[in-house]
Design a protein around this ligand. Structure first.
Ligand SMILES: [Zn+2]
Length: 408
């Protein structure tokens, strides 16, 4: 059973875009068979009957289709693939940000906005934020990625320039605000913190309150394939988003709330048709007072990693570790050797109590069925350690809850 973000009256006049995506997907030899027997989607029920797409399907389709924008440049961005050749997604100049600007206005002409999303390496967020700033008419400081040893100088520059808005992924924002707080830097002019790319983290609220007490968070939600699908304001909970009318979002109650996305924007280049990002959610009425059908994101449903034939719920392990006093962030590192999980490490940031790692290790070992069973014969292959730095993606600056590493 699929529930949709839009009513039939709002969605159905725009389903010609979904029909065009279906035509494109049918033209991909590797995918044609799965759409055989499916008619042209004319109603939301027709859309719900179509088979969902996952990331690999979309990459197969794009490799065959190589879409091109009708106007302006066609931009190629990386849409996954951690080893070897990047998998590629496409977007036209403007990155569909006009629709975002129609419903979401955190920036104004008098703002001084630091674009802290990393640029280059085929990641789209920096350019998307630039296109949004362009529509807003504000002043832009195109910062991109900066090494930690440069934070101090840049922060004093931001203070001098009376920066009012700062954007980035929550992982990168956490580094900036933690550094500013630890070194006593204040940014009293800062009012808005724009974020996209990961879930919000409550630690940011604490650091922002110390560094920039008047700053509030403004969030965007989406994926590399769908681009921005929804936005929120400081009045909304951080995990609730108001969807764009050009994004038809389905919630599949039969699949644990898995979300699928169908883009109804006529300029869309990626054939996003019931595309599953791996996120789950449910529709709610947002506490901000807007009455539209808002989306409460419940997190990813693919955070279950197979460890020696057993499903390990990585998010649960990270949440358990982050409840320990002093732990500002935790990460699960899975090391594979010849396709088999050789070891699991829980890395802890911010630990001052030297006994904590071993105590937590014992607790997790006895309290987690998957770990105690999987490492029954080699308990030394499950470790908990305090570290100075977690493992980040050098391209996006994102620090995910788990990392898989292949050892030769
Ligand atoms: Zn709201």
């Amino acid at each position: 059973m699929n529930a949709f973000s839009l009513t039939p009256a709002a969605a159905e006049p725009h389903l010609h875009v979904a029909r065009r995506s279906l035509d494109r997907l049918r033209g991909v030899p590797a995918l044609a068979a799965r759409y055989a027997g499916h008619g042209e989607p004319r109603t939301l029920d027709d859309v719900a009957a179509l088979p969902p797409l996952v990331k690999d399907d979309l990459n197969v389709a794009l490799a065959h289709l190589r879409p091109a924008a009708e106007r302006g440049a066609t931009w190629l961005f990386q849409s996954g693939g951690s080893t070897g050749a990047p998998k590629v997604g496409y977007a036209p100049t403007g990155f569909y940000m006009r629709g975002v600007y129609e419903q979401w206005r955190p920036l104004h002409r008098d703002d001084v906005f630091v674009n802290g999303w990393g640029a280059g390496r085929m990641w789209g967020a920096h350019f998307l934020a630039g296109a949004f700033a362009d529509l807003s008419g504000c002043q832009v400081i195109a910062l991109g990625s900066v090494g930690r040893d440069e934070y101090g100088d840049w922060l004093s520059f931001f203070g001098d320039r009376e920066v009012t808005a700062f954007g980035g992924t929550p992982s990168v924002l956490r580094l900036w605000f933690a550094h500013a707080r630890a070194t006593g830097v204040k940014l009293p002019a800062l009012r808005k913190v724009l974020w996209l790319g990961e879930a919000w983290h409550p630690q940011l609220d604490e650091d922002m309150a110390a560094v920039a007490p008047d700053a509030r968070r403004w969030g965007m939600f989406g994926s590399t394939e769908t681009w921005v699908a929804g936005t929120n304001t400081p009045q909304c909970p951080a995990d609730v988003f108001h969807l764009l009318p050009s994004q038809l979002v389905g919630v599949d109650a039969d699949s644990d709330g898995l979300l699928d996305f169908t883009t109804l924007d006529p300029d869309v280049l990626n054939p996003v048709l019931r595309y599953r990002t791996g996120d789950a959610g449910r529709f709610v009425t947002c506490s901000c007072g807007r009455e539209d059908r808002a989306l409460h994101i419940l997190g990813r449903r693919d955070s279950v990693v197979q460890v020696r034939g057993l499903g390990l719920h990585v998010d649960d392990i990270v949440a358990r570790a982050e409840r320990e006093p002093g732990v500002t962030r935790a990460q699960v590192l899975i090391t594979e050797r010849q396709g088999r999980v050789a070891s699991v490490d829980v890395l802890l940031l911010g630990v001052s109590d030297g006994d904590l790692p071993e105590r937590l290790r014992r607790d997790l070992m006895s309290g987690t069925f998957t770990i105690s069973t999987a490492f029954q014969h080699d308990p030394e292959s499950f470790r908990v350690s305090a570290v100075d730095e977690l493992i980040s993606n050098g391209r996006t600056g994102k620090t995910s809850g788990f990392v898989v590493r292949e050892e030769p």
